[in-house]
Design a protein around this ligand. Structure first.
Ligand code: IPM
Ligand code: MG
Length: 355
């Protein structure tokens, strides 16, 4: 198979971890006879430095014309004081919107080898967990009307959350279809005791649920969900959320796996071209030191093979190599507990040697 992959390395540790994932993809290509070709595009802070804007038309077109996009991370303190419309994060939001990527899948599971790194009590960790957050990605407060105005108490700012029935229906379908391939349980998150968008969300999710009688569905308020995630994560299979709730809950879910450096994500629309990225940020504090954990990005590359290219054997091979590497006690600094930490490139080599 021939695949053209757009690389958006971004800022901070982005370039280091994307390079690791490219090495892994090349190893897979060699072993299974696929030809992966890569073209790099700028987005985020590096694009601001080069062109004055976080996202150029060239990057948008390059990503649209590719078979899939692998992204590192964007942002950093250097660009933190810029106005909202030219911040690096705008690049990510712009790409998601331009590519129509309304679904964000964020799996979180506990690795046996990493139980010690988990911040939860051992009796909770022992029950294990394996959940996936299905996050709506192109709507809600991230994309609603916002601005500054004169308010009752003087100058004020506002952001608006809006969801159409169509947007809720299509993400709900993804959640139910994802659940059908798993343990057939969807917990839909909202704040229906306060927000009107959440009431529409709840109503719509239940109407769509009727089309999937084999899947069990329940609602949970987001504040309660934040609590249940650390109280008993084993109770979750598929967690369906709006854009902002999913952003928050997925960071929480990552922390209970041991490290945010382990969580991959895929963003998909109605076609096969997706955007794959670790859920963590650009970690400017450790950028350039060669110590970042490349696993989340490597697992993102595996998700790309699985979801965009239908190469599940190859994706399994990456996932297994990561499992075996962790089981062998090899750790980057973020997940080391007494072991001597390895560098980004050593971790990459260890994973590739198990492919
Ligand atoms: C994420 C990130 C982004 C988001 C930021 C960088 C815009 O936190 O992918 O979770 O909020 O979606
Ligand atoms: Mg986030």
């Amino acid at each position: 198979m021939k695949c053209n992959i757009a690389l958006v390395k971004g800022d901070g540790i982005g370039p280091e971890i994307v390079d690791s994932a490219v090495e892994v993809l090349n190893a897979i290509g060699k072993k299974y006879g696929h030809e992966f070709s890569f073209t790099s595009y700028l987005a985020g802070g590096c694009s601001i430095d080069a062109y004055g804007v976080p996202l150029t038309q060239e990057t948008i077109d390059g990503c649209k014309n590719s078979d899939s996009v692998l992204l590192g991370a964007v942002g950093g303190p250097k660009w933190d004081t810029l106005p909202g419309n030219i911040r690096p994060e705008k690049a990510l939001l712009g790409l998601r919107a331009e590519l129509g990527l309304f679904t964000n899948l964020r799996p979180a599971k506990i690795y046996d080898a990493l139980k010690e790194a988990c911040t939860l009590r051992p009796d909770i960790v022992d029950k294990g967990f394996d959940l996936v957050i299905v996050r709506e990605l192109t709507g809600g407060i991230y994309f609603g009307e916002r601005g500054r105005r004169d308010g009752k108490y003087g100058p004020e700012a506002y952001d608006t959350e809006a969801y159409s029935v169509m947007e809720i229906e299509r993400i709900a379908r993804v959640a139910f279809e994802t659940a059908q391939k798993r343990r057939k349980n969807v917990v839909s998150i909202d704040k229906a005791n306060v927000l009107e968008t959440s009431r529409l969300w709840r109503e719509t999710v239940h109407r769509i649920a009727a089309e999937y009688p084999d899947v069990e569905v329940s609602d949970m308020l987001v504040d309660n969900a934040a609590m249940q995630l650390v109280r008993d994560p084993s109770r979750f299979d598929v967690v369906l959320t709006s854009n902002m709730f999913g952003d928050i809950l997925s960071d929480e879910a990552s922390q209970i796996t041991g490290s945010i450096g382990l969580l991959a994500s895929s963003s998909l629309g109605s076609g096969k071209c997706g955007l794959y990225e670790p859920i963590h940020g650009s970690a400017p504090d450790i950028a350039g030191k060669g110590i970042a954990n490349p696993i989340a990005t490597i697992l993102s590359a595996s998700m790309m093979l699985r979801y965009s290219f239908n190469l599940s054997k190859e994706a399994d091979s990456i996932d297994n190599a990561v499992n075996e590497t962790l089981a062998a006690g090899i750790r980057t600094a973020d997940i080391a507990r007494g072991e001597t930490p390895v560098s980004t490139s050593e971790m990459t080599k260890e994973i590739i040697s198990r492919i």
